[in-house]
Design a protein around this ligand. Sequence first.
Ligand SMILES: Nc1ncnc2c1ncn2[C@@H]1O[C@H](COP(=O)(O)OP(=O)(O)OP(=O)(O)O)[C@@H](O)[C@H]1O
Length: 308
Amino acid sequence: MAPPGESAVELVELVKRYGARTAVDGLSLRAGRGAVTALLGPNGAGKTTTIEICEGFRRADAGTVRVLGLDPVSDARALKPRVGVMPQSGGVPGTARAGEFLRLIASFHSAPLDPAALLDRLGLSGHARTPYRRLSGGQQQRLSLAVALVGRPELVFLDEPTTGLDPQARHATWELIEELRAAGVAVVLTTHYMEEAERLADHVVIVDHGKVVAQGGPDELAGAERQLRFRARPGLGLEELLAALPVGSAAKESPAGHYLVEGDVRPELLATVTAWCASHGVMAEELRIERRTLEDVFLELTGRELRA
Ligand SMILES: Nc1ncnc2c1ncn2[C@@H]1O[C@H](COP(=O)(O)OP(=O)(O)OP(=O)(O)O)[C@@H](O)[C@H]1O
């Protein structure tokens, strides 16, 4: 499904190689204004490379890139004041004091946000005089986010904005991102937190091996399928349970004592499972019917093996 809104970013058949390695392999996507687009993918899938091409930090080997209708390399000067960038790490000199640096970046923009208010919003007021390298990892992340936002950009690229943040800072970041969307800003972010994508994203793009393997709204990707889960003593005879269920159902125990039944989850199936449990003296605890999550879909599409 196409993402909502007018395009802020359009990539068509993007290719990027590092020597013999193809990091981005014919990737096409669109990110809308006033929408949050989340790029998901295993380590090394090509997300950062794609974002860095959009930011004009790298050149694509093939394909087309339009950012706010412009070319990120040849139109870099025109784009700079309109686009906010939060890199995966760094972006701020180690000796720069948080408050001074944010005021300096604000001074490059015609109608910036108030740097002091932004620092306060991100819980950094008490660290305004602290050099960047002395900030904790999470505080450095928050300052990078402030730097990306202080110029009131039309489009922001946030590479793993909440990695390593404590729950308070993560929630504060989510609220800021939601406000940006409401103000019509296009937000393109990467994340490894599926619940973050589920909560924030209007459009999710799952990337693997440099290609888009699925895209759509989070609910749309998760689909309408339901699954039934319960806990009980380990080692139940699942073949026997399966025989009682409609053809096409699946049942598995993973990990021990945690049961999952998939298939056409209707009232009849629920009744069959509970009747089977009753006839076997099994107390099905925490029995619940759930939709598949984005994490289920992600693992199905990209597999469970670790990435190099
Ligand atoms: N400067 C570089 N030189 C050579 N190879 C690179 C370079 N940058 C990235 N790569 C390789 O390109 C591939 C894609 O990397 P990229 O950083 O875009 O992935 P990613 O999806 O952002 O991963 P992660 O989730 O770990 O941040 C990886 O195999 C990586 O090793």
